[in-house]
Design a protein around this ligand. Structure first.
Ligand code: ZN
Ligand code: ZN
Length: 128
């Protein structure tokens, strides 16, 4: 029994493959789960847009992000790591002569650096 036996549908908006949630919890008791026979309102777990899908749109498979959404998620992860590296560099500069220890002075410089890195990345976004 694997997750690939669930009913999925391709999101109209972002093309991700999303899980069709059975409106009736009893439906989960049946093995294999029967194909939904009526139109179902499915909310995308990626873009949160809800559409009515016809039964012929449902198929057996695994949820998966569309290439577009996959790229977007990777770009966001890259922004996060850029932020971390920037914060580390700023912290290293600011802590230049400071003894690296678990002191309030070090903690406050690290959180200042994080704040500054957030500002840099936010500014980068408005410029790009
Ligand atoms: Zn998506
Ligand atoms: Zn979607």
């Amino acid at each position: 029994m694997t997750a690939s036996h669930e009913w999925v549908v391709q999101c109209t908006a972002c093309r991700c493959i999303i899980t069709v949630r059975a409106a009736d919890p009893q439906a989960h008791m049946q093995e294999p789960e029967p194909r939904p026979t009526c139109r179902l309102l499915v909310t995308c777990s990626c873009c949160w847009k809800a559409f009515l899908y016809r039964p012929e749109h449902f198929f057996n498979g695994s949820p998966a992000p569309s290439p577009e959404c996959h790229r977007k998620a990777r770009a966001e992860a890259r922004t996060e790591s850029t932020k971390l590296i920037a914060a580390a560099v700023i912290a290293a500069i600011r802590l230049n002569k400071e003894k690296i220890e678990n002191s309030p002075a070090v903690h406050s410089k690290v959180s200042e650096s994080l704040k500054l890195a957030e500002m840099i990345v936010a500014r980068m976004k408005t410029l790009s």
